[in-house]
Write a protein of this length. Structure first.
Length: 429
C-alpha cells in the first residue's frame, strides 16, 4: 500500500475524531455550565444520538448503490463535511433562554451534528475495504486512519483551551473537519470504485433484505455487540474524565489535557505499528481480544487506586491504556473483511451496510453512555452548583474505574464468539 494513499484516505479522520472527542469531553460539562441540569443534559444528548443512529445503515446502504460522477462515497464525504463545519459551531453557541429552551436547542442542534457525522464517517469507513483488497494491508490502512484519529484527538482536546472557550474551539473544529475531508476527497479521486454489479440473471436485493441478511451474520452481530458494550464504557469514561481528574485526582486542566491525555494520544499513535505486526503474525482475533481485555483490567483496577495530587498513576494508565486502545484498528479491519466476504458471495457492494450498522452501534453506545453519565452523576449527588467533597469524588472514581472497566471486560468475553473470516479467493470489484 502506498504512503500517499494511506495518508490521503486517513486525513478525513482528523476532523471526525476532533469533533467526537470535543463532544465527549466538553459537551456535557458545557451545557451543565449553561444551567441545564445533569439529568436533562444527558437525556437530550441520549435522545439526539438515538434518533440519529437509525440513519447510519440507511446512509451506508444508499452509498453502496449511489453512482454520482464524483464517486459514490466521495459525494457523501464532501456534503457531510460542509454540514459538520456549520453544525459544530451552532451546537456550542446556544441562545440565551430558559432551561426548557436550552434543552430543546441542545436536542435539535446535537441531532444535526450527529447527522452530519453520519454523512461523513459512514461512507469514509466503507471506502477502506474497497481501496485495499488485501486483508493484511487493510489493517495498515486502518492504522493510517487511527494515526489521523490521534491527530484529531489532540485537536479536539486542546482547541477549546487554546482558543479560550468551547465556543471558539467548536469553530476551529469545524474548519478542521472541512479541510481534512477535502484532502481525502481529492486524494481518493478516481479510486472510489463503483459497486460490483450482480450477474444479469440475479436481481439486486432490496435494501431491507440486505440489512436483514447482514444482521443474520452471527460473527458480525457478536462483533457489533462487543463493540457496542465497549463503546458504552468509552463514552462513560470520556464524559466523566474531566470530573475524575479534577475532583478525585485534584489535577489542573492543563495537567489533564496536555500531560495525561496528550501522552495517551502519543502512545496510541506509536502503538499502531505493533498491532499491525501482531495481526500479521497471529491473525486479528487474538490480538484484538488481548487488547480489549487488557484495557478492561487496567481500567477497573487502576483508577480507584491512584493517589490524589500525583501524576504517576495517570501517566502509567496513559501509557498502558494507549497501547491497548490502539487495538481498535483490528476490530474495524474485521468489519471490512466480513463485508468483503459478503461482497464476494453476493456480487454486490455491502461495505456501506456493514459500516452503517457499525456506526449505528457506536451512536447507540454513545447515547446510552451519555444518558448513564448524567443519571450516574445525579445518582451520586453531584451538583453543578456545589464543589464535590471527598465522598462524591470517590464515587466518581468508582464509576470511572470499575464501572467503565466492566464494560470492556464484558465486551472481551462476547468477542470470543467472533469467527475471523477467511481471506477471499477473489475480489469482484
Amino acid at each position: 500500500m502506498k504512503l500517499r494513499l494511506g495518508a490521503g484516505y486517513g486525513a478525513a479522520e482528523t476532523g471526525i475524531a476532533a469533533a467526537e472527542v470535543m463532544l465527549q469531553l466538553y459537551l456535557l460539562n458545557f451545557y451543565i455550565g449553561q444551567g441545564l441540569s445533569p439529568f436533562l443534559t444527558g437525556l437530550a444528548l441520549a435522545c439526539a444520538v438515538a434518533l440519529d443512529a437509525f440513519a447510519d445503515p440507511l446512509v451506508g446502504g444508499i452509498s453502496d448503490r449511489a453512482r454520482p460522477e464524483m464517486g459514490r462515497r466521495r459525494a457523501f464525504i464532501l456534503g457531510g463535511s460542509i454540514f459538520l463545519s456549520i453544525a459544530m459551531p451552532a451546537l456550542f453557541h446556544p441562545p440565551s433562554t430558559g432551561e426548557a429552551g436550552l434543552f430543546a436547542y441542545l436536542l435539535i442542534s446535537y441531532l444535526g451534528v450527529n447527522l452530519a457525522m453520519t454523512l461523513l464517517s459512514v461512507p469514509h469507513s466503507a471506502m477502506a475495504g474497497e481501496l485495499v483488497p488485501d486483508p493484511s494491508e487493510r489493517t495498515a490502512l486502518f492504522g493510517f486512519r487511527l494515526l489521523f484519529n490521534c491527530v484529531g484527538l489532540l485537536a479536539g482536546i486542546i482547541s477549546p483551551s487554546l482558543s479560550g472557550s468551547s465556543g471558539h474551539g467548536s469553530i476551529v473544529i469545524g474548519v478542521i473537519a472541512l479541510v481534512s475531508a477535502l484532502i481525502t476527497f481529492r486524494a481518493t479521486r478516481g479510486l472510489d470504485v463503483l459497486p460490483a454489479k450482480p450477474e444479469s440473471n440475479v436481481p439486486r436485493q432490496p435494501m431491507l433484505d440486505v440489512m436483514r441478511s447482514t444482521l443474520s451474520n452471527r460473527s458480525f452481530l457478536l462483533l457489533v455487540l462487543a463493540f457496542l458494550i465497549a463503546s458504552v464504557g468509552r463514552t462513560f469514561n470520556s464524559s466523566l474524565a474531566l470530573y475524575y481528574y479534577k475532583y478525585r485526582l485534584l489535577l489542573s486542566e492543563e495537567q489533564t489535557t496536555r500531560v495525561v491525555l496528550g501522552l495517551f494520544v502519543l502512545v496510541v499513535t506509536v502503538s499502531i505499528v505493533a498491532w499491525v505486526l501482531l495481526a500479521r503474525r497471529y491473525g486479528k482475533k487474538r490480538p484484538a481480544f488481548a487488547g480489549i481485555l487488557g484495557l478492561g483490567l487496567l481500567t477497573a483496577i487502576g483508577y480507584p487506586l491512584y493517589p490524589p495530587g500525583q501524576l504517576g498513576g495517570p501517566i502509567l494508565a496513559a501509557v498502558l491504556g494507549g497501547f491497548f486502545v490502539a487495538s481498535i484498528i483490528l476490530f474495524e479491519s474485521l468489519v471490512a473483511d466480513m463485508a468483503e466476504a459478503e461482497r464476494v458471495r453476493s456480487g454486490e457492494a455491502r461495505e456501506g451496510i456493514f459500516f452503517g450498522f457499525w456506526k449505528m452501534a457506536n451512536k447507540a453506545a454513545r447515547a446510552l453512555g451519555l444518558a448513564l453519565s448524567g443519571v450516574a452523576l445525579s445518582g451520586i449527588g453531584f451538583s453543578n452548583t456545589v464543589t464535590p467533597g471527598p465522598e462524591i469524588a470517590w464515587k466518581i472514581a468508582l464509576l470511572f474505574g470499575p464501572g467503565v472497566g466492566a464494560c470492556f471486560i464484558a465486551a472481551a468475553v462476547i468477542f470470543l464468539g467472533v469467527q475471523e473470516p477467511e481471506k477471499p479467493v477473489q475480489n469482484p470489484v
